[in-house]
Design a protein around this ligand. Sequence first.
Ligand SMILES: O=c1ccn([C@@H]2O[C@H](COP(=O)(O)OP(=O)(O)O[C@H]3O[C@@H](CO)[C@H](O)[C@H]3O)[C@@H](O)[C@H]2O)c(=O)[nH]1
Ligand SMILES: [Mn+2]
Length: 359
Amino acid sequence: MANSKSSPALKDELDIVIPTIRNLDFLEMWRPFFQPYHLIIVQDGDPSKIINVPEGFDYELYNRNDINKILGPKASCISFKDSACRCFGYMVSKKKYIFTIDDDCFVAKDPTGKEINALEQHIKNLLSPSTPFFFNTLYDPYREGADFVRGYPFSLREGAPTAVSHGLWLNIPDYDAPTQLVKPRERNTRYVDAVMTIPKGTLFPMCGMNLAFDRELIGPAMYFGLMGDGQPIGRYDDMWAGWCTKVICDHLGLGIKTGLPYIWHSKASNPFVNLKKEYKGIYWQEELIPFFQSATLSKDANTVQKCYLELSKQVKAKLGKVDDYFNKLADAMVTWIEAWDELNPSTGASTGVPNGTAK
Ligand SMILES: O=c1ccn([C@@H]2O[C@H](COP(=O)(O)OP(=O)(O)O[C@H]3O[C@@H](CO)[C@H](O)[C@H]3O)[C@@H](O)[C@H]2O)c(=O)[nH]1
Ligand SMILES: [Mn+2]
């Protein structure tokens, strides 16, 4: 990892994607850690609003007019008035890695009082292997001061490439609206010093608040769906992406880690507003989870794009009867891949270069 003398790790290989409908004042606190990196700001809401980017940051900013101009009719797959818009940043990036963070997330402190460089920890997580095929009870065996425990097969100790690093949150946890309404004053004060791989075959609720991923390994799966304005659902953007991503990572033999780093989440959006956005998702997910748990991908699906297009067909066939929304979403998944390949012609489906190796 970079030390104070060398340049920051992955300085020219990582973009920081920030969706915002507010302002970017939070960047001041992150300046020591973020300033060396390129930012991709996705401005949601009214495109005529001016979003000020603090001095000294290298960035590109896209509002809805830019998205419509760049994607034309394909812009229909990018959500409006929902944090799901952030996935446009993943598509236009040219870097190997992405870190995405919300504009109400700040630098947290570890139990010793030291400020946490969340980006540095995500980079460590992504650059070291995962262990999806056999659980290591001492958590991340590649961390300093840890290793594989007795009984861990040596044939599996090489691990798998890490596609996603899922960070957590102190203060306001990422609770759904009903939980937030029932426990309005609950704060997460528990700092758990662990990073672990989510086992193959297990889904998880991916939160987009503090998330990093290898764009070349899994980028096309990180579509945050049709949410927000004009849609019957919101705030399930990251969940949808996480379920699709996990099924594809399991198929391609890639790993997903969760745990460190923590950020300090300062603002819970309004739970009553959130309930209106989330409520359909709360009962639909009782059908979505069995769908993803039983989803299978073919041997021919050896790139993320091919996996994703197979998944979109299954969404239409099996979830279209839950609600017509899923027919629209299945079509939007195809549009997303078309747009992705248009903006990133050298990767995946168009060249057939496998992103991962199908197991
Ligand atoms: O219409 C919108 C609303 C918000 N944003 C930007 O997206 C992120 C998250 O927004 P916010 O912090 O208000 O929402 P939370 O409930 O705290 O976030 C959690 O729910 C997920 C929503 O799917 C989100 O990823 C989780 O972290 C901020 O940067 C807002 O500015 C937006 O662009 N458009
Ligand atoms: Mn928030």
